[in-house]
Design a protein around this ligand. Sequence first.
Ligand code: N1C
Length: 304
Amino acid sequence: MACTHALLCTQKRRLILVACALLFLAGIVALAFFLGKHHHSEIPPENWKGAGTTADLYEIILGRCDDYVMFVNPGVRNKDCRKLYQLFKASVMKRNQCNITTVDYEELFQFSSSPIPCNQSLLWSKTSDLAHLYAKSVPNILTLEDTLLGYVANRLSWCGHSSNSGWNYKSCPARYECDNNPVSAFWRTASAHVSGSFAKQACGVVHVMLNGSIPAGAIKPDSIFSSVEVPSLDPVRISEVRIWVMDNIDGPDRNSCSSKNQTDLEAKLLERNISSICVDNYWPVHILQCVRTPNESACKSKTG
Ligand code: N1C
């Protein structure tokens, strides 16, 4: 209807303006509320101190797995790498990332494990680079990283979210934040907890490479080697454990076979009816250290 009286017209216009302003304000409040809520749900609820999931995790896992089953160990050619990835992911997704256990990884390990030949296992603690260099250099020595899952997961970092099924690329729980983080739980499971895991399968002569240069002693009680692998060794299947205590090539020499750490380890093995011998700076490994760094004084021959 047309507006005939000037005063009425002004009041009507004011009313319309006020209504519009109110509607506009309500819209802004609703939008802010929605955005705030939406934004909040996109922030990962978990903010950890450790490095996040390795970029391109899917491609790396699939690539490594295909490489392993086709070329590294064609004996396991029948393993389906896509299925392996799915099981890997399902092991940690939508779970509390500080409460991942062997049970979560069990299906993955059951699917992926394969037999390990006797006399070939090499366990290690705080000697990762040297142990893997040695395993690559000599025939018939295998570390956990020479098995399918060890090969696939080596040096990777990963974790999910408790509320959704995506990887958390921003951060993952560091070891000091919680023991039952996805990566530590994975290596514990791979090392010992499930049947078919690396230490449980070890048989015949078992090799161990330890670090003679680290401050806290060659073997820390909370290391995977001490707390998980040693208790899982099977006395019935093992004939002898050969321990090599390797100093870093540039020293220092803090631990040797006669150090308490070593004698304790040998006693612990003996208690379980497993005999062992210990060698300081086992020379074939020492030679490898020198191939890498020939100018170190420890590598110069006495005759020059
Ligand atoms: O805790 P550690 O070593 O004593 O564990 C080493 C022991 C080896 O004999 C392996 O069989 O446990 C197995 N293992 C791995 O193979 C492995 N690859 C990579 C254990 N840990 C492994 N990693 C990562 O290194 C993982 O993130 C874990 O937390 C560290 C442990 O290294 P360590 O303390 O030197």
